[in-house]
Design a protein around this ligand. Structure first.
Ligand code: PBG
Length: 325
């Protein structure tokens, strides 16, 4: 061999043990947040057709599901409600006996240690499918804030541990913080969907939550996927308004944004590994085109490497099991 100079990077890759010693990023069960769709009705445990392995679950079946989740070592769930009745103002979102409020009470009574995150939005509850109050075909910002604050307070009253507003109205963190504080919930943190893009990766979720907009799209409130500085402005506002966690959503196509947010703000960053990201892998795995376990672990690890402290993911139950073995 010629006399050349180079580094021996392979030295640190020589064995499993050595690779584990120098591994920089670890995925832990504590990182996982599992999304759950609770529906009205009885005896329902229906698989969502566009999301294999994800179910619509009625209240009488929810404790068995939670038991399974807790037994796998998952510490937290985020609840999405699919109500039986919708109306223009999304009243079931902030009703004392709304589906999320009822599910929260029920779960909290049996599993007080499980951290329950309540998604706070209106789109599953409005008949037009938008995340706010509509007038003349426009989504109004300020009148929506009051309804979000009411929703958050009703969720906190039901026992939710964390409020996660996802609707992207300006000022939603400030409005919800004020509402929670006024109602005496100073200690309930806000996990804000601070950076939420208007993304095609939400397709399967909208099937699952019956929340597709009935006219237009969400581009006047969710962000343009082309933008990076805008993400920093959004995150900055939420930090100033009192957010305790910052969500970046979707995750996979936005790892650059996750790193930016992590580097700039001293708050826990949460990756939302959304429905489309999940279903693409499920479909490919069902076809035998990819190794599901390996690709999911690689994908979630890359989110942590990009700066995520926590990951909301429909893969959580599988991942928790893989991490145990
Ligand atoms: C609604 C909401 C959406 C998701 C979570 N909350 C979708 C949307 O904006 O239509 C998407 C989650 C996913 O795709 O997994 N505010």
């Amino acid at each position: 061999m010629r006399d050349i100079q180079f580094d021996r990077h392979r030295r640190l890759r020589n064995s499993d043990s050595l690779r584990a010693m120098v591994r920089e990023t670890w995925l832990r069960k504590e990182d996982l947040i599992y999304p759950l769709f609770v529906v009205e009705g009885e005896n329902i445990r229906n698989e969502v057709s566009s999301m294999p392995g994800v179910f619509h679950i009625s209240l009488d079946a929810v404790l068995a599901e939670i038991n399974d989740i807790v037994n796998r070592g998952i510490k937290s769930v985020i609840l999405f409600g699919v109500p039986a009745n919708k109306d223009p103002l999304g009243k079931q979102a902030y009703h004392e006996h709304g589906i999320v409020q009822e599910a929260t009470r029920l779960i909290k009574a049996e599993f007080p240690e499980l951290v329950i995150i309540a998604d706070t939005c209106l789109c599953q509850y409005t008949d037009h499918g938008h995340c706010g109050v509509i007038e003349d075909g426009k989504v109004l910002n300020d009148p929506t804030l009051d309804l979000l604050a009411q929703t958050a307070v009703s969720q906190a009253k039901a026992g939710a541990d964390i409020i996660a507003p996802s609707n992207m109205m300006d000022g939603f963190v400030a409005a919800i913080r004020a509402g929670l504080d006024e109602a005496g919930f100073h200690d309930i943190p806000i996990m804000s969907y601070a950076v939420k893009y208007s993304s095609s990766f939400y397709g399967p979720f909208r099937d699952a939550a019956h929340s597709s907009p009935q006219f237009g799209d969400r581009k006047t409130y969710q962000m343009d996927p082309s933008n990076r500085m805008e993400a920093l402005r959004e995150a900055q506002s939420d930090v100033e308004e009192g957010a305790d966690f910052l969500i970046v959503k979707p995750a996979l196509s936005y790892l650059d944004i996750m790193r930016d947010v992590k580097d700039r703000f001293p708050l826990p960053v949460v990756a939302y590994n959304v429905s489309g990201e999940y279903s693409m892998i499920k479909a490919a795995a069902q076809n035998g085109w990819v190794n599901e376990k390996e690709i999911v672990m690689e994908k979630l690890t890359s989110m942590k490497r990009a700066g995520a402290d926590l990951i909301i993911t429909y893969h959580a139950k599988d991942v928790a099991e893989w991490l145990s073995n």
